[in-house]
Design a protein around this ligand. Structure first.
Ligand code: RIB
Length: 305
């Protein structure tokens, strides 16, 4: 069984379908409303757990009903909650999400308690980090927590995957300690200062990040799969075809699956293809964590190494 520690956010997703995205000042009559578990960290933890990984979640919750739901959801997914801390001051975070008829989304996320995840909270989880095959991080918590997790992983020589979402400036010294980075086009553009909107520009941006000292760079390209850069060179990995219902959390599906398959020792190209497939399955369903793919669903894709 692979072992993955996710250090990151949990927030409750409050999602409304809308025929189109409202303009500033406009009110739109929406479709169904859903409330469910979310946050990039929590989603990635569920994505890995459903593929068979033993996952430990490190995050911070408030003292409220959302926090109770969070713990219940993580436990139902078989995720270790021992290192989830609690804030006496901040409420559990929430994300306001609109998803339009094309499955595209807009999100405002308010981090609440998980924005206060501290280096001390991460230090509590050192035993889990030390025992992990992969430590999976995002930028939806404090930078202090990200830095502490990278330092602990380095201390125990564990692989670090950083999904730099949502974008925050990351010091080069931190990037150099990351084994694999997985920005989308927007984040790759912000990290490199160039526009990334095609396979060609993704290849150029991936080269820049690789030259900074990150051994594996994967730029996700939405419906066009991803561009991978490693020491042996760069290549495009096509997406799986899917009937899109809701793209929210597709990046999280990709990252959770990537962490699991790299931890399992799959070659990078095969792990990337499987991660694309996991993302494709997730976009056919509503929601974020609840939409993540199960192992048996991925097996149906019959991806070879
Ligand atoms: O990546 C999708 C996630 O981003 C949502 O679940 C929402 O919580 C936001 O944090």
């Amino acid at each position: 069984m692979t072992k993955i520690t996710v250090v990151g956010s949990y927030v409750t997703d409050l999602t409304a379908r809308t025929p189109h995205m409202p303009k500033p000042g406009e009110t739109v009559l929406g479709g169904p409303f859903r409330m469910g578990p979310g946050g990039k960290g929590g989603n990635q933890a569920v994505a890995a757990a459903r593929l068979g990984a033993e996952v430990t979640m490190v995050t911070k919750l408030g003292r409220d009903l959302f926090a109770e739901e969070a713990r219940r959801n993580f436990q139902e997914e078989g995720i270790d909650t021992r290192f989830i801390s609690e804030s006496a001051e901040e409420a559990t975070g929430a994300a306001l999400i609109a998803v339009d008829d094309h499955g595209e989304n807009m999100i405002v996320v308010t981090l609440g308690a998980c924005g206060d995840l501290s280096a001390a909270d991460v230090a509590e989880a050192e035993e889990a980090i030390a025992a992990s095959d992969v430590v999976l991080l995002q930028l939806e918590t404090s930078m202090e927590a990200v830095e502490a997790a990278v330092a602990a992983a380095a201390e125990h020589d564990r692989m670090v995957i950083l999904n730099p979402a949502p974008f925050q400036p990351v010091p080069d010294a931190l990037l150099q300690q990351v084994d694999c980075i997985t920005p989308n086009e927007t984040e790759a553009g912000l990290l490199t200062g160039m526009e990334v909107n095609s396979r060609e520009t993704a290849a150029a941006a991936a080269d820049i990040l690789f030259e900074k000292g990150i051994g594996i760079v994967i730029i996700t390209l939405g419906g066009d799969g991803c561009y991978v850069r490693e020491a042996a060179g760069g290549y495009h990995v096509p997406a799986m075809r899917a009937e899109v219902y809701d793209t929210t959390g597709a990046g999280d599906a990709f990252n959770g699956a990537l962490a699991h398959f790299l931890a399992e020792g799959k070659p990078l190209a095969a792990a990337s293809r499987l991660a694309n497939a996991a993302a494709a399955i997730s976009v056919t369903r509503a929601g974020t964590a609840p939409a993540m793919a199960y192992e048996h669903e991925l097996e149906a894709y019959g991806i070879e190494e």
